[in-house]
Design a protein around this ligand. Structure first.
Ligand code: ADP
Ligand code: ASP
Ligand code: MG
Length: 462
């Protein structure tokens, strides 16, 4: 059994979908496949736009809704015969009328609850999976449609559901024991115990593929996208970035956590735990081997694996002479963050303990500051802590690589490059695993820093 996942970019047009159907059918020759699909390219963004407009009482949402309907109809017309079209169109109409009603409700009350928000988003994947399963049948395969909401159980965290793996695995295994045809599975969506729709986070279809792959003991999880695998940097920013033939689960986790959007970070965990290799492949260049992620990784020749970045972060800095030697401060800071539900992406602590800074999503920064001000009310008054500051317009650039652990001089090279560029370093952190050196710099310097680091680490002359 192999799991194949196709992202939105791979199925953005009828022509692209046609090539995807061929890839699925060619894989069917070699054994059973389960296919996870995203919404058609751009559809989730369009659904979000509709919710935003409707929520503001702006009837322009309906223009987006019409193009949404048209795009799905266009797919159906291009990929199914007239006879199948009639039936399929009838059932798709039911979905879209319901969606229209829900959006109208949002428009009228000018409010959208999290469960409604995620229910609306689910239409992207429900429609694409339904249309793709019918198109695959049209092309001559035996196919089934799987609404993952009946299989993947999460908690009530609507936009980033935490998966109950025990129940989910049982559900999936039971279904696949009874169904051996190619199942087309909706990525991204799940449900909670109350049967309400939840989602796994933006880009979550990759995670769905890993959840199904792990439950089914798949031989491989293939993530099909629009680039030649995981590249040494984002190709949109560093044009000379090259495809990395192999990397460890840990490196893939670091690369994706620090912004390589090509794979959704939580995807790695279930695959790693079940020791199932993940392969990133290019739908537009299917013969290219892509990137293999497993526990072995690449050979020891390469010093670093790649360069990633998170392009918008805020830094919270808490400082004051009264902090020196005080025990328990760090604990209190991070408890306050947990209570305020603010995720911390990087921590840097001066050894004098005179200042601690950490990176958070800019959206969470005001809540983080408020939580710290509450926690340290007393210290702020008596000047034990002088200031809690937010610094904006920053990014994190991370140099990632398993082999860095055995190679001296990597940080020297990083800081040499920054010095030569005259770029100011706001904060630094080295992962305790030594697989990652992260630097916080101004967003204005991000692209030139990535390009320069790429040149220094990967060009042949170095
Ligand atoms: P999909 O629609 O298949 O899910 P995504 O847009 O989520 O595709 O992910 C693929 C994109 O990730 C690429 O087009 C590329 O712009 C971006 N990307 C960012 N960093 C990297 C990287 N290091 N390697 C490859 N792609 C990257
Ligand atoms: N359609 C969802 C998104 O755009 C999930 C995915 O594509 O993986 O985020
Ligand atoms: Mg993606």
């Amino acid at each position: 059994m192999k799991v194949m996942k196709f992202g939105g970019s791979s199925i953005a047009t009828p022509e692209r979908l046609q090539s995807v159907l061929k890839l699925i059918q060619s894989a069917e020759q070699d054994g059973q496949v389960a296919v996870v699909v995203s919404a058609f390219g751009g559809i989730t963004d369009q659904l979000i736009r509709m919710i935003d407009l409707a929520g503001q009482g702006d009837d322009a949402y309906y223009i987006d809704f019409r193009t949404f309907v048209d795009r799905h109809e266009e797919m159906i017309k291009a990929l199914t015969s007239e006879k199948r079209q009639l039936e399929l169109q009838k059932s798709i109409n039911k979905y879209t009328s319901r969606l229209s009603e829900i959006l109208r409700g949002v428009y009228l009350v000018r409010h959208v609850a999290p469960k409604t928000y995620n229910q609306i988003l689910s239409y992207g994947e429900r429609l694409s999976a339904r249309i793709i399963s019918e198109s695959l049948m049209e092309a001559g395969s035996k196919a089934g449609f799987v609404d993952a909401r009946h299989f993947v159980l999460t908690d009530d965290n609507y936009g980033a559901g935490v998966v109950d793996f025990k129940v989910t695995t049982e559900n999936i295994q039971k279904h696949f024991q009874a169904n051996t045809s190619t199942q087309i599975i909706t990525g991204f969506i799940a449900s909670n115990r109350g049967g309400e729709t939840t989602t796994l986070g933006r880009s979550g279809s990759d995670y769905t593929a890993a959840i199904f792959g792990a439950a089914l003991g798949a031989s491989e999880i293939e993530i099909w996208t629009d680039v030649n695998g995981i590249l040494s940097a984002n190709p949109r920013e560093v044009p000379e970035a090259h495809s990395i033939p192999a990397m460890t689960y840990e490196d893939a986790m670091e690369m994706s956590h620090f912004g390589a959007k090509v794979i959704f970070p939580p995807t790695i965990q279930p695959a790693m735990q079940a020791d199932i290799p993940i392969r990133i492949k290019n739908t537009f260049n299917p013969d290219f081997p892509g990137t293999l992620i497993d526990k072995v990784g690449q050979d020891k020749e390469t010093r670093i694996t790649g360069i990633s970045s998170m392009d918008a972060i805020s830094l919270i800095r808490i400082q004051g002479s009264g902090m020196i030697g005080k025990t328990g401060l760090t604990g209190r800071i991070f408890m306050a963050m947990a209570k305020a539900d603010v995720g911390v992406m990087l921590i840097s602590l001066a050894s004098s303990e005179h200042s601690i800074c950490f990176a958070v999503d800019p959206e969470g920064a005001p809540a983080a500051k408020a939580a710290l001000e509450e926690e340290f009310q007393f210290e702020l008054q008596v000047q034990g802590i002088a200031k809690i500051l937010i610094e904006d317009n920053l990014c994190i650039v991370a140099v990632v690589g398993e082999n860095m652990r055995h190679t001296p001089g990597i940080s020297g090279k990083v800081f040499g490059a920054l010095g030569d560029l005259g770029v100011n370093v706001v904060a630094i952190a080295q992962g305790s695993s030594e697989r990652n050196i992260s630097i916080v710099i101004s967003r204005d310097d991000e692209v030139q820093v990535k390009q320069e680091l790429h040149k220094r680490f990967f060009s042949d002359t170095e």
